[in-house]
Ligand binder design. Structure first.
Ligand code: NAP
Length: 265
């Protein structure tokens, strides 16, 4: 497939680890200029150095995406994005009633508000220039409400709905909006979730595909835009599972959460 993305500008949020880091490496290796966004500036700088050492172009924009002022700065300083990968996100596992408002607020800011603010900021330019791609890193949990991740799943459902509606609005143009419905991926996600107040072990934290695999699928998506991709592909059956077997999940789900919480103490 022809690579029309060479020398285009890609902004990747959450580039300091996991899927974001792997995606930044992948896109830079394909000739895109990457702008790396996350809070841990030391990690971003190290990644940018690696990319440059391999002949790529990278710039860092350290930012805390819970803060509107930081988000505005990213929108102002990043440049005219051809690609925006809204990847930064955080999770938390446990009974929804045990979640602190601080964690809930942080999750809403990063998983929802930052995605909306960055998308609304970069989309008009893409439409004016008649080309671009916004890729929102969602989760299969957005399609199947699950015990233990009530708010997290809801943020990813929001992403699904928002992305699909934008995709439909832009049909027939060369501006694409896609959502990646990922299943478990082996990253620092579980560790970050556990570090939050009252956070439990995410049951899938040690299983799943690699971040490099997700990055590869994101690159394929840029070459052949689609509204939604599932990673891994077999997860496409999950929304059907919810429709057909939601009543079983109602019964079994709470038992799983109870078991997990008693293991964690
Ligand atoms: N891992 C999975 O099983 C899985 C499954 C489905 C979907 N996803 C989604 O994939 C995306 C990436 O997660 P990951 O698995 O790669 O986890 P990860 O390794 O923990 O990466 C999360 C990234 O988000 C950034 N981030 C978190 N809070 C931020 C903030 N306030 N401001 C700026 N950046 C922030 C982190 O950077 P700093 O800490 O440096 O700020 C980090 O780069 C998330 O949206 C997640 O929901 C993950």
């Amino acid at each position: 497939m022809k690579n029309n993305w060479k020398d285009k500008l890609a902004i990747i949020t959450g580039a300091s680890s996991g899927i974001g880091e792997a995606t930044a490496r992948k896109l830079a290796a394909q000739g895109l200029k990457v702008v790396l966004v996350a809070r841990r500036a030391d990690r971003l700088e190290k990644l940018a150095e690696d990319i440059r050492a391999n002949g790529g172009t990278a710039r860092i924009l350290p930012a805390d995406l819970t803060q509107e002022s930081d988000r505005l700065r990213v929108c102002e300083e990043a440049g005219a994005a051809d690609v925006l990968v809204n990847n930064a996100g955080l999770g938390w596992y446990g009974y929804g009633s045990d979640m602190s408002w601080k964690t809930a607020w942080e999750m809403l800011q990063v998983n929802v508000e930052a995605v909306v603010q960055l998308s609304l900021s970069f989309l008009p330019g893409m439409r004016r220039r008649g080309a671009g791609h916004i890729i929102n890193v969602g989760s299969i949990s957005g399609s199947i409400p699950s015990q233990g991740i009530a708010l997290y799943g809801a943020t990813k459902s929001f992403l699904d709905n928002f992305t699909t509606a934008l995709y439909r609005e832009l049909t027939g143009t060369r501006v694409h909006v896609s959502v990646v419905r990922a299943g478990p991926v082996r990253t620092e996600f579980g560790e970050a979730a556990l570090s939050k107040e009252n956070g439990g072990h995410v049951p899938t934290e040690h299983v799943g595909v690699t971040a490099d695999h997700v990055a590869w699928r994101i690159w394929k998506l840029m070459l052949r835009p689609q509204r939604v991709i599932y990673v891994p592909g077999w997860l496409r059956v999950v929304p059907l599972t919810e429709l057909a077997f939601g009543w079983i999940i109602d019964q079994v789900g709470p038992l799983m959460l109870k078991k997990q919480k008693s293991v964690n103490g």
